[in-house]
Design a protein around this ligand. Structure first.
Ligand code: ADP
Ligand code: MG
Length: 245
């Protein structure tokens, strides 16, 4: 039996005015798959993640998530977006809330969990990301790496079916990167479906099931990390990898 696709993206286009940023993307993602997206700055990686969870409205194309076309205007996108956790380069924690309250806010406000249940979930997740001692701390008292781990735990608190990461370690001091990547590695090991935009090629090699190289709003090449990194077929991929590896 083949695993069903959790996500199917078909002919996805996104323009901002005359600027066509996504030029027809087709991507299928299976449950439990870890997909890493790489590509030059400005190639549309962030726009892709944001369009995929309908933070941006696609200009054209369909996004099937668990069988429902969430690009269809009739779909309740909020209901589906709750199942897509998102982690940004800038952690975007609520500065006026404690770490615990950052984690419980969405589950409680959406009626998903009671306050008590949300607190229990939050405490377990903070243990998972190695921050049990920071439950009552405020974001500004934490290092960047700790804040990003809180952001990951906060996204997980909604019990998402997929996690989207947009350069989660790019804003961190080098010594913080490892802790965040190791949290992500553990998530992958636990079977979480993940789409990760990153420049961490070592991480991609180790953790990705598939790497997609994107340039100029299109998929240039994709494949298993070993094949793509060691034996890229397209000149564009070769040139990019020569710069970053
Ligand atoms: P990447 O993440 O690969 O660096 P982005 O998706 O951020 O690329 O950007 C791709 C292009 O889309 C850039 O030319 C950028 O200026 C444009 N763009 C992204 N978001 C917006 C927006 N909200 N409004 C207008 N243009 C945008
Ligand atoms: Mg980006």
């Amino acid at each position: 039996m083949t695993t069903p696709n959790l996500i199917e993206i078909k002919g996805l286009h996104k323009s901002f005015g005359k600027n066509e940023v996504l030029k027809g993307l087709d991507i299928e993602i299976k449950k439990g798959e870890v997909v890493v997206m790489i590509g030059p700055s400005g190639s549309g990686k962030s726009t892709f993640l944001r369009t995929m969870n309908l933070l941006e409205t696609p200009t054209k194309g369909d996004v099937y998530f668990e069988g429902t076309n969430i690009a269809d205007k009739a779909t309740d996108v909020f209901k589906h977006r709750e199942k897509m956790g998102m982690v940004f380069q800038q952690f975007n924690l609520f500065p006026n809330l404690t770490v615990l309250d950052n984690l419980t806010l969405a589950p409680v406000n959406t009626g998903k969990l009671t306050k008590e249940a949300a607190k229990e979930v939050a405490i377990a997740l903070l243990a998972k990301v190695g921050l049990s001692d920071k439950v009552e701390a405020y974001p500004q008292s934490l290092s960047g790496g700790q804040q990003q781990r809180v952001a990951i735990a906060r996204a997980l608190a909604m019990n998402p079916d997929v996690m989207l990461f947009d350069e989660p370690t790019s804003a961190l001091d080098p010594e913080m990167v490892g802790d965040v990547l190791s949290v992500m590695k553990n998530l992958a090991k636990d079977g979480m479906t993940m789409v990760i935009v990153t420049h961490e090629m070592g991480f991609a090699k180790e953790v990705a099931d598939r790497v997609i190289f994107m340039a100029d709003g299109k998929i240039v090449e994709s494949g298993e990390p070993k094949a793509l990194f060691d034996n890229p077929k397209e000149v564009r991929t070769q040139e990019f990898l020569a710069q970053v590896l």
